[in-house]
Design a protein around this ligand. Structure first.
Ligand code: ADP
Length: 462
């Protein structure tokens, strides 16, 4: 639980950092744009004012001439206005020649190093901040003085500092509220995960049938929930199979043990003839053989999956199947034919040990469940680009409703047979497990009384 919370904090912090950076950039841009616009506006006013006055005044041999002195003394330069324009005319040394009355005793600053620059700059006169422009006055191309114009920057500075204060106040406020919102939202969105964790923590072997609640949405969390549910289903099935297997195995072993015990008990009850002893001991030996065979097969089943990668080698499937048929035909004294419509070698990388065991099991079944004089065929071919091997017999066949179950451990259909066929019901379970391991799929086609075809399909396109 603690981990999930820290995840929530972590995500909220990361998002807040990112947003903090974005908001900071936005705030800086806002401040700079406002600053730039204010300066530009006041510079525009200064320029317009300068253009107007430049028409009215001229300097001839150091003497100041006004074309409309009356306008020059108009109210705007005389009174203290909301946005007054201060004007001062200086000679090349910066000595005052004339200045607007609103300057009172103050003077505008003449900057010798900016004598040829007409752009405005921010300065201070007295304790007041102004934007000032310095424009050369020429007479026949010669600079004879300068027109200095200035406008108060106090209101603008006030506005800018207010804006800065607002931005600085809102910045942490925004960040705190974003962090808290994020933490809440992330917490909300991981709630289903916490629920899933709680349920999965609760699930043990005893309540494997419980499932995680599926959310409506088919989002990542919904997919996680359904994946966990599928995993639980698989686990439940595996556990059920395991339980079934253990109970079947004990049951199957108990039967021959019971026969053995019964036979021996009958034997010791009273003295018997030697023929009776022989027959009963034969029965006891059969029970022991059956148990040995079953234990042997159970061990094989348990060992499946212990093949090493060195067991995988490239073989010609035609050659492999042909020599296998020949050998088995000799071993079991049965007619086993090899057939194929392929002419070229069919090279595949296979687990030869595993394939040998699979084919042996299938072939032993074909031999067991068909008449001695019937033919068994091992066929190799390619279907839809996939190599296959089939084991075909003309034996007793399998009921269609049993086809799904013949690969289950201990399933046998022998009760339908005329004479008992020895077996444990584990052969096809071994085949299925081995095939699954080696990437081979197995299917079966069979009709009762007509025979069966077991097909191994190699999942490797040719
Ligand atoms: P077992 O042969 O020891 O009984 P298997 O697992 O090999 O066990 O086979 C399971 C069941 O499938 C058999 O009992 C039998 O009923 C049926 N079966 C398998 N192969 C064949 C076959 N070739 N022909 C008819 N039935 C078969």
């Amino acid at each position: 639980m603690r981990k999930t919370n820290s995840y929530r904090e972590r995500i909220a912090k990361r998002l807040t950092w990112v947003i903090a950076l974005i908001v900071l950039i936005v705030f800086v841009v806002i401040y700079l744009v406002v600053n730039f616009t204010i300066i530009q506006n006041s510079d525009k006013t200064l320029l317009a004012e300068a253009e107007k006055h430049l028409k009215e005044i001229s300097l001839v041999d150091g003497v100041l001439i006004f074309s409309h002195k009356d306008e020059w003394e108009e109210a705007e330069h005389a009174e203290i206005q909301l946005n007054p324009i201060f004007i001062e005319i200086v000679d090349v040394q910066g000595k005052t020649m004339d200045r607007s009355p609103n300057l009172k005793e103050k003077h505008l600053t003449f900057l010798t190093d900016r004598s040829m620059r007409e752009d405005a700059l921010t300065l201070e006169i007295g304790n007041e901040e102004v934007r000032q422009m310095q424009i050369p006055l020429r007479n026949k191309g010669e600079v004879e003085g300068y027109l200095l114009l200035a406008t108060s920057f106090e209101d603008s500075r006030h506005l800018l500092s207010n804006l800065l204060k607002i931005l600085l106040f809102f910045y942490p406020a925004i960040l705190i509220s974003i962090f808290l919102t994020m933490r809440y939202l992330v917490g909300k969105s991981i709630e289903p995960i916490q629920e899933i964790t709680a349920i999965t923590n609760r699930i043990t072997q005893k309540n494997l049938n419980e499932r995680v609640l599926l959310t409506e949405q088919n989002d990542e969390i919904g997919q996680l929930a359904s994946s966990i549910n599928e995993l639980l289903s698989r686990l439940e099935q595996a556990l059920t199979r395991e339980k079934q297997f253990t109970s079947d195995a004990s049951h199957e072993l108990r039967t021959p043990l019971a026969v053995l015990r019964g036979t021996l008990e009958v034997l010791i009850r009273k003295p018997r003839t030697s023929e009776e002893y022989e027959s009963k001991i034969q029965t006891a030996l059969q029970s022991i053989d059956r148990m040995s065979e079953m234990i042997e097969q159970l061990l094989v089943l348990a060992r499946v999956g212990r093949f090493s990668s060195s067991d995988y080698i490239t073989v010609d499937l035609l050659d492999f199947a042909q020599s296998f048929s020949k050998k088995m035909s000799g071993d079991y004294a049965r007619e086993i034919n090899f057939e194929t419509n392929l002419s070229l070698p069919l090279e595949l990388e296979v687990n030869t040990k595993s394939l040998q065991m699979i084919l042996t099991n299938l072939l032993q079944n074909s031999i067991k469940y068909s008449e001695q004089d019937s033919v068994i065929v091992i066929r190799v071919g390619i279907h839809q680009g996939m190599p296959f091997i089939t084991v075909e017999d003309e034996g007793v066949g399998i009921e269609s409703e049993s086809l799904d179950r013949i690969f289950d451990p201990f399933f046998r259909e022998t009760q339908l047979l005329e004479k008992p066929v020895p077996g444990t019901g584990l052969g096809l379970a071994i085949v299925r497990k081995l095939a699954l391991e080696s990437g081979i799929s197995v299917d079966v086609e069979s009709r009762k009384g007509m025979g069966s075809v077991f097909r191994l399909i190699f999942q490797e396109k040719i």
